[in-house]
Design a protein around this ligand. Structure first.
Ligand code: PFF
Length: 479
């Protein structure tokens, strides 16, 4: 096969690819979502299942996505079309690219609304709104924001414009420059916050919550009825842990694939995938270790949902020396983490428009950005005018539904199909050639895992979530 080149350009070097992909991976998922879903799903056991998913499902699929992207060197839709043709297999694989574009639209539409919260907190923090704030005060500041559709809309609009501007200017100049400075800075700040949490007096309690596994919490829902413990099976938390592994690593929708398509030829895919997964996991765990002690020290509820960090961190900032500056910087960095992820969510669609509709990047970014913005109105209203029961489906708002649908269904399904394509349809010769590490031990392990272990693990978690495994067990049909 003749070597393809990307019309969109290429990262300057190996480190830039790692930083850009880490920029995509590290985002609201790590600092906003991971702590609150861990809080809602019982803590330690959930974290263990999540870490298992990163290792068994996340890293192999990340390697597969980068490999496919670099071989195709186009937007995920055209990459899938070209590779399916190269491998002489069905053209239906192109649907995987389309599914990814749709998932990117859905995710960014609500992601941008949350990033808007972070933007607004930059300004609140800077003017000293959090100085000396109590838990109740932080709670009412947060509810004041989300119950006002106009303010949410303004911040959502600003964040979308920020994403459009960078994508329009080409990923290389805007993004490369930003991630080089911002990612290490975010890391340092998290460590400082961790230092603060260490001194809250509830550090141990926070660690216990994060790292002591009580597996009944992942598999069972237990209540005490008249003093008798009554447990029912619940596979939901396992699906949420797996879904989050996909979400946090930006897998299953072509973001890493499109970044892989800009990766220089001879860079190691395995090394990069491991590094990205490691950095992403480290940021999530440090965020958890920084946040839960503050939650416990202030007698707050770890399972309080999407508002968790916006109601806990301000208390810490309000109480600490220099908290006004420090809090401002923290929210600025949270915005930048979200920004470098937001860009990767629309890059697949923008690259496709440039390739297929001969649009300039500027036009493509405007079209995609405006569509996502429009869809985002549903999430803006989910917190206020559409928060009533008449606008809910099974007790979930539009925002909840989009979040559940993308993270727990679309990304794992996309990832499963990527694993099947890379393991079963991309020939051994092609993948050995693209990984460029020979047909040795590491390659053999990857191939074994991506063909058998990853797909089976994803399917089991799905079946578990809809209760099939429990039903088979209750009928003694499994063993
Ligand atoms: N990985 C990002 C986060 O953890 O915030 C979110 C994300 C970005 C998901 C890009 C999917 C994606 F393609």
């Amino acid at each position: 096969m003749t070597e393809r080149t990307s019309i969109h350009g290429q990262w300057s070097n190996r480190i830039m690819f790692i930083l850009a992909a880490t920029g995509s991976a590290v985002g609201l998922g790590n600092i906003w979502k991971f702590p609150y879903i861990t809080g809602e799903n019982g803590g330690g056991a959930f974290v263990m299942v999540y870490l298992g998913c990163i290792a068994i499902v996340g890293v192999p699929i990340m390697m597969a996505e980068i490999m496919i992207g670099r071989r195709g060197r186009q937007s995920p839709i055209n990459t899938m079309r070209s590779l399916a043709r190269d491998e002489k297999t069905g053209s239906a694989w192109v649907l995987l690219g389309w599914g990814g574009v749709l998932a990117g639209f859905f995710i960014l539409s609500y992601y941008s609304v949350i990033a808007g919260w972070a933007l607004s907190y930059v300004f609140r923090s800077a003017v000293g709104v959090f100085n000396g704030v109590t838990a109740d005060g932080a709670h009412s500041i947060f509810s004041g924001l989300v119950s006002d559709p106009e303010r949410l809309l303004a911040w959502h609009t600003l964040f979308m414009v920020m994403c459009m501007v960078v994508v329009a200017r080409g990923v290389r100049h805007g993004l490369e420059k930003a991630v080089r400075i911002l990612m290490p800075a975010l890391f340092v700040l998290l460590l400082v916050l961790l230092g603060y949490a260490y001194n809250t007096g509830a550090f141990q309690q926070g660690l216990d919550f994060l790292f002591t596994p009580d597996y009944t919490k992942v598999f069972y829902n237990c209540d005490f009825l008249n003093g008798v413990e009554n447990c029912t099976f619940d596979g939901g938390p396992m699906l949420i842990a797996m879904g989050h592994a996909f979400f946090t690593l930006s897998l299953g929708m072509g973001a890493i694939m499109v970044y892989g398509s800009y990766m220089p030829k001879h860079n190691s895919i395995t090394g990069a995938a491991m590094m990205i997964a490691l950095l992403d996991t480290a940021v999530a765990l440090i965020a958890g270790m920084a946040i839960f002690p503050v939650v416990f020290a202030n007698g707050l509820e770890p399972g309080s949902g999407p508002g968790l960090i916006f109601q806990t961190l301000p208390i810490a900032f309000g109480a600490m020396q220099g908290g006004q500056i420090f809090g401002t910087i923290f929210f600025v960095l949270l915005v930048f983490a979200a920004w470098t992820s937001g860009i990767s969510l629309i890059e697949p669609a923008v690259a496709w428009l440039v390739e297929n509709k001969s649009m300039t990047r500027v036009r493509a970014a405007i079209w995609v950005g405006m569509s996502v913005w429009l869809l985002g109105l549903g999430s803006v209203f989910s917190f206020n005018v559409w928060s009533g029961e008449e606008f809910q489906l099974f007790g979930n708002t539009f925002f909840d539904l989009l979040d559940y649908l993308t993270a727990n269904i679309m990304l794992p399904l996309g990832g499963l199909l990527i694993a099947v394509f890379a393991g079963w349809y991309v020939s051994r010769n092609s993948s050995v050639d693209e990984f460029n590490m020979g047909d040795g031990f590491i390659y053999k392990i990857w191939r074994l895992v991506i063909r058998y272990i990853t797909p089976v693990a994803v399917v089991i978690v799905f079946l578990n979530a809809i209760g099939v495994i429990d039903w088979l067990l209750s009928k003694n049909l499994l063993w």
